[in-house]
Every structure is written in structure tokens, then in C-alpha cells.
Design a protein around this ligand. Structure first.
Ligand code: BGC
Length: 352
């Protein structure tokens, strides 16, 4: 979808469109809120009779898809599988990652974690069991409140089971991911310039100003990361970004109702102006042949250190630590987070 490009579709139907985003959805009353929640790049929408029109705002995605493509399945072929000691993926050589390359001996390990098989609210049921009951999940579409569309376009469904659009991972089933197919997350990248006591911006060895971002240390694996999280069914991405930041970087779940309201108000204001830096597939260690992570990352930058730069940080929920961290190419971060930060550094012409 190109900048300024208009799309038209019939209410109640998805529509295929070339480029990175192939589907959009409209139902008479919720057409625009739906389009904007799943595709925040859509700037303007109009609804007249049975016709819906959406105008695209940015082309960031096409570029950022390039980031994901450059490192296909590095973390997503790693063993042991996360949160296990002995689940080992079958080996997939680099050249055999694409499904288009024949690999007759490919025998992926079948693994879905016991926690997911118990059927928590955020997880789908087992496809085999659903089949027996005559129920099929609707892939490549908005399935009730569940967004089963991929940011990278239509994915293949073989025998009722989605196939990872980026290729083989050495493991089939869902691993510890709840949804078959895409599992959607959102990542708020909150940045400010690094300053000294005189409030002057500090420069790196490359002569460029240094940026800092709010990072959290994940409880599940101890790695530092952007304080992102999963998009709940029916939730708009902007709400996920605010919720995750308030929970992980401001510990709002442990606060009184009054403090919670104050945090919510503050974060709402701070997160008013975000710029999308990535939307798409993520090389996440939890990915499998049939379930994978996708995210939308937005940058909230504080140019003079007077807004987001001043939030009081306190780790909470899934985070055990929180701090301002210098952006640099040497950081070791969770999943593809380093790629998003590189884009942010380039956008601000900051030291890397
Ligand atoms: C994390 C996000 C991350 C996504 C994909 C989510 O669980 O919270 O920060 O971008 O997974 O790796």
C-alpha cells in the first residue's frame, strides 16, 4: 500500500491488495476502528453506504520487511526450544529454510507445550480436536475478534494448518505460542537523548548524539528487551503499547486505583505521537512451522527530555528490571529488537 494511496472495499469483505498488506476488513459499524486498530498506518477512513475507503500514511513497512528477511530463522532454529531443557529442533540447513527448496528428509519435532494444551484463554484449541468436532479456524482473516492476518500478506494453510511464511524451523505444532499462525505483539520504543549534568547532549565516538531507550529485563529468560507484549483479542495496538509500558516499565499492576489512573493519564499523553518503525514477522525463538510472532513497533521520542524522558521507571509484571539503555549496535537483545533500534537510530541520525 503506497503513501497517499486510496483503497476501496465492500463493507463486510476482506480485500486483496498488492504489496505488504493484502487484506483489510470492513463491517458496516466497525469498519474504520477495525482498519485503524490493525493497520495504524491508515490515516483516514471514510464509510459511505456499502463502500469503505482507507488512505495509507506510511511506507515504513516495506523497508522494515527487509530487516526481517535479512536474518531468516536464526533464533527460530535454536535449541533447546524456549522454556524446555530437552526439546531439540530438527536441523534445518540455511539453504533448506525456504519451503520452496525440497527437503524430503525433513522431520520436524512435534511440540506444543503442556501449558498451551491446557487451553488458556489466549490460546486456540488443538486443530485435531477441532476437526473432530467439525470446527475450522478462519485463517488469513479477522476471525471474530482474533486477528489471524499476517502483516506480510497471505500465508499458506496446508491441511487446515498454517505454514510459517518464512520457512522451516525444525519444529511443528505451536511450541509455547497460543495461536496457530500469526501471534500478534506490539513494541513501544521510548527514546530520549543522553545528557550530562549540564543538560548537554552527549556524543558517541562516531561524533553522533547518543540515544537512550527504555529497556526491560524479561523474567522468562533474563534477556533485555523493549517492553512489548501480546495484543489481546479485539485490542487496538495503541492500547497494547500503553498497557504493556504501564505494566512492565511503570509497575502499574501493583499500584492503587488512584495511582493507576494517574499512570494511565500520563502514558496516554506521552504516547500521543508515535512513529511506526517496524511491522511484520519477527525472528522469535518461540516460532515454529505453524505458529509465529509478528509485531508492530512504534517509536515515542522525547526531543528535549521533558516528556517521556522523565517518566519514573519501575519494573513490574513480566519484567524484573527496567532502565534507560544507550542505543548501540553492540547490544544483545531479545528476538529482533536490535533491528528495530537500528532503524530508530538511523531515523534520528544517532550514534550506533
Ligand atoms: C514480546 C515483544 C516481541 C514479540 C516478538 C513478544 O512476546 O513482548 O517485545 O517483539 O514477542 O518477538
Amino acid at each position: 500500500m503506497r503513501e497517499g494511496r486510496e483503497l476501496e472495499g465492500e463493507a463486510g469483505k476482506g480485500r486483496r491488495e498488492g504489496g505488504a498488506f493484502r487484506y483489510w476488513y470492513c463491517t458496516p459499524n466497525s469498519v474504520f476502528s477495525n482498519i485503524q486498530s490493525y493497520f495504524p498506518f491508515v490515516q483516514e477512513t471514510q464509510y459511505m453506504g456499502n463502500k469503505a475507503t482507507a488512505v495509507a500514511k506510511t511506507v515504513a513497512t516495506a523497508q522494515s520487511n527487509g530487516i526481517a528477511m535479512s536474518k531468516v530463522h536464526v533464533k527460530a532454529r535454536h535449541s533447546p526450544y524456549p522454556r524446555t531443557e530437552d526439546v531439540k529442533r530438527s536441523t534445518v540447513p540455511d539453504d533448506k529454510v525456504p519451503w520452496s527448496v525440497p527437503f524430503p528428509d525433513y522431520k520436524p519435532v512435534d511440540y506444543t507445550s503442556p501449558g498451551i494444551l491446557k487451553g488458556p484463554v489466549y490460546a486456540d484449541a488443538d486443530i485435531g480436536q477441532l476437526k473432530q468436532k467439525g470446527i475450522t479456524l478462519s485463517f488469513n482473516t479477522l476471525d471474530g475478534k482474533i486477528n489471524r492476518c499476517s502483516h506480510s500478506g497471505e500465508y499458506t494453510v496446508c491441511d487446515g494448518i498454517p505454514r510459517n511464511p518464512q520457512g522451516r524451523t525444525g519444529l511443528k505444532g505451536r511450541g509455547c505460542l497460543g495461536r496457530w499462525g500469526p501471534n500478534h505483539a506490539a513494541d513501544p520504543i521510548v527514546t530520549r537523548w543522553k545528557r550530562n549534568e549540564q543538560n548537554e547532549v552527549i556524543k558517541g565516538s562516531d561524533g553522533k548524539p547518543i540515544l537512550e531507550f527504555v529497556s526491560v529485563q524479561r523474567k522468562d529468560n533474563g534477556q533485555w528487551a523493549i517492553p512489548g507484549g501480546m495484543v489481546d483479542a479485539g485490542e487496538v495496538i495503541t492500547a497494547t503499547l500503553r498497557r504493556e509500558f504501564s505494566e512492565e516499565a511503570m509497575n502499574c499492576l501493583e499500584k492503587s486505583q488512584q495511582e493507576k489512573d494517574q499512570i494511565e493519564e500520563k502514558v496516554k499523553k506521552l504516547f500521543d505521537n508515535g512513529v511506526e518503525v517496524y511491522r511484520g514477522y519477527v525472528d522469535d525463538p518461540r516460532n515454529t512451522d505453524n505458529a509465529w510472532m509478528e509485531t508492530v513497533a512504534l517509536n515515542f521520542h522525547d526531543p528535549d527530555g521533558t516528556s517521556v524522558g522523565q517518566v519514573e521507571l519501575e519494573a513490574g509484571d513480566d519484567a524484573q528490571g527496567v532502565k534507560w539503555t544507550e542505543l548501540s549496535g553492540n547490544l544483545e537483545l531479545y528476538a529482533s529488537h536490535i533491528d528495530f533500534l537500528k532503524t530508530v537510530a538511523e531515523r534520528h541520525n544517532a550514534s550506533w
